[in-house]
Design a protein around this ligand. Structure first.
Ligand SMILES: Cc1ncc(COP(=O)(O)O)c(C=O)c1O
Length: 388
């Protein structure tokens, strides 16, 4: 029997990087010195005080059993406490907050909990691909909201046609943004909440990069009065605490939406290992620990090195104030995919072409600040040798 992938999988957007991935693997296999500025994965280890908490938790037999459905109480309480200290947002840890297996789990599963097949899901473009895949798996129809530089990479909500607004059930927002690195002012969230109330949308705000910032601290959408009536927000320990491999996050906001998400998760997974949640509680209790805050100074320094280096080459980009990506204009408006291929082949530098995030991402490269400063300098030097 010839195997056919499900229609759901076939409906996902095509993967554009096959050739680039092949080339990267070939260079690595040949022992070439490849500088990878492509991945959004912190290069530094998880902070020691979190590993110590995990080491202790792992010996406690009560952590060896199936996790609680909504998450270990200590973790939920620590997350609620974090929401209060960091954003001055009060939430009930028993009804307004559930643990997730990284934020990706919650992001991928939310559409199954809140939309019916055929409903429109509003998705930013460029954007994190899981908004589209989760909505597609749930039978949603995607309406893309372009993020343009002239609009500070915020979606123009007024430009969404009336008929689409009426068919939409769910809108995805993500600030600090991947890949554009933009942040959003509170006034933008106020507009989004007002529109969601008017049209009956669920707002899902992805705040996975909320604790990676160099200037003003990013907002939670829940700072907007009444936002919890329409919104849920996804948080993650991955980027903030160098914990991508641990897989821990939480969703917070509207209790009915969270109960529906917990019901979906109750049918597909059994939550994250309790010991990891206990260590996560320790991380959140010390989100302002000098080791955690010190990480921000490292990214800031790397950002400045990249900005100074590329500016000297005549390239340009808005200096990000949060997140660890730079959304760099391609020089001479070159198309991003062939430029990215040349950077890989001729400079052995990996970047991500903006077009990979959809047509609205064309004209940009995403460059991650997840390698040491010396490697960023080296990458810029190599890029400078290319005749573009
Ligand atoms: C915008 C955005 N949201 C969510 C995630 C998921 O991260 P995690 O599942 O590790 O929390 C990522 C990961 O790269 C991301 O870039």
């Amino acid at each position: 029997m010839a195997f056919m992938k499900s229609k759901r999988l076939q409906a996902l957007p095509p993967y554009l990087f096959i050739e680039i991935d092949k080339k990267k693997r070939a260079l690595l296999a040949a022992g070439q010195d490849v500088i990878n500025l492509g991945v959004g994965d912190p290069d530094r280890p998880t902070h020691r005080f979190i590993i110590d908490a995990m080491a202790k938790a792992i010996y406690d037999p009560k952590n060896h059993r199936y996790p609680f459905d909504e998450g270990v109480p200590a973790f939920r309480h620590a997350a609620a406490d974090f929401m209060r200290r960091r954003f001055q947002v009060q939430v009930d840890p028993d009804h307004q907050l559930i643990a997730t297996i990284g934020s990706k789990d919650g992001i991928a599963h939310l559409p199954l909990a809140v939309i019916n097949p055929g409903a429109v899901v509003l998705v930013p473009e460029p954007g994190y691909p899981v908004y589209t895949s989760g909505a597609t798996f749930a039978g949603g129809r995607i309406h893309r909201m372009p993020l343009r530089e002239q609009n500070d990479f915020l979606p123009d909500l007024d430009a969404i046609p009336e008929v689409v607004r009426r068919q939409a059930r769910l809108i995805w927002l993500n600030y600090p943004n991947n890949p554009t690195a933009a942040t959003a002012p509170l006034t933008f969230y106020e507009r989004a909440v007002a529109m969601a109330r008017r049209y009956g949308w669920v707002i899902a705000h992805d705040l996975a990069y909320g604790e990676v910032y160099f200037e003003q601290a990013p907002h939670s959408i829940l700072e907007v009065p009444g936002a919890a009536e329409v919104a849920v927000e996804f948080h993650s320990l991955s980027k903030s605490f160098n914990m991508t491999g641990w897989r821990l996050g939480w969703a917070v906001g509207n209790p009915a939406i969270l109960a529906a998400l917990a019901q979906v998760k109750g049918n597909v997974d059994s939550g994250q290992f309790n010991a990891i949640q206990v260590a996560g509680a320790m991380a959140l209790a010390h989100y302002d620990h000098p080791e955690v805050k010190g990480q921000m100074a490292i990214y800031r320094q790397r950002r400045d090195v990249l900005h100074d280096g590329l500016t000297a080459l005549g390239w340009s980009f808005r200096k990000p104030t949060a997140g660890f990506f730079c959304w760099v204009n391609t020089p001479h408006s070159l198309p991003s995919l062939p430029l990215c291929a040349r950077l890989l082949e001729e400079a052995h530098v990996v970047t991500v072409p903006g077009a990979g995030f959809g047509p609205a991402g064309e004209g940009y490269l995403r460059i991650a600040l997840t390698v040491e400063e010396t490697r960023i300098r080296e990458a810029v030097e190599r890029m400078g040798r290319l005749k573009l």
